[in-house]
Design a protein around this ligand. Structure first.
Ligand SMILES: [Zn+2]
Length: 252
């Protein structure tokens, strides 16, 4: 008898949980998150390596496209760690084509100051001044990049956060330019795909993008453009990573 009561209670809790997730998701769909610039915003995605845009930011890129942002991309390295920089630059252009970012809106910085190397600490002030110049020249009003955890913890990702944090805290960003950072989650949550949605909904965040199944296929297609990077473990990543489906972000 007790077992039946327990099962009924568990079913009720699960059912309530499912309805809560469904209701929260339905209410959020199609709404512009508060604080996010609207239609026509000049938005800049700042990444460290070719493939960051597809592997980590695809939900944001496609979500901002839904909101009709004019998205451009600044990539600080050619991803030359294994001397594949030239190939990887082409792969980035192909991936961006799938994600709807035209070549004219992509800038790849390929110089010695910012090597693709987790063992090299990029100079924060140098990254910050390079980024600020790009923001000013292109009249950017929203910058999107990694948070302090860098999603994967790669020091090049973290260097971008450090730079944007410095610009923000020193008041150097142009008036009206806001910054969104992509929330890092622990390794368990990182690889449970869409099952992470309830955990994401329970946490505070300023902006949430969840892809439709059609958009997930688009994100996977973008990722498949990075052929030089598609080793077996990255194929598993594409299957299980929440970042191929969900992005939660915070304003600085
Ligand atoms: Zn990266």
């Amino acid at each position: 008898m007790e077992a039946v009561a327990f099962l009924c209670l568990a079913a009720a809790v699960l059912g309530w949980g499912f309805l809560w997730v469904w209701d929260s998701w339905e209410r959020m769909k199609g709404q512009k998150p508060a604080g996010l610039p609207g239609d026509g915003s000049r938005t800049l995605l700042v990444i460290a390596h070719p493939d960051d845009e597809a592997m980590f930011f695809a939900p944001t890129v496609l979500g901002l496209a839904r909101l009709r942002h004019r998205l451009s991309l600044l990539c600080f390295s050619a991803g030359n760690y294994y001397n594949q920089g030239e190939i990887r630059k082409k792969e980035l252009l192909q991936s961006c084509d799938v994600l709807g970012i035209p070549p004219s809106s992509i800038m790849i910085i390929d110089n010695r100051d910012f090597p693709d190397d987790p063992g090299v600490q990029w100079d924060t002030d140098h990254v910050a001044s390079t980024l600020l110049q790009h923001i000013e020249v292109n009249s950017i009003n929203l910058v999107v990049t990694f948070d302090a955890g860098g999603v994967s913890g790669h020091s090049n990702h973290v260097a971008l956060y450090a730079a944007v944090r410095t610009l923000h805290s020193e008041g150097k960003l142009p008036k009206g330019c806001s910054v969104l950072t992509l929330q890092s989650v622990n390794v368990l949550r990182k690889y449970i795909s869409l099952l992470d949605l309830p955990f994401t909904l329970l946490q505070t965040r300023d902006v949430l993008f969840v892809l439709t199944s059609k958009e997930v296929a688009q994100a996977k297609k973008a990722m498949s453009c990075h052929r030089s990077q598609l080793l077996w473990f990255r194929r598993l990543y594409v299957l299980f990573s929440r970042y191929m489906r969900i992005n939660s972000l915070h304003f600085l």
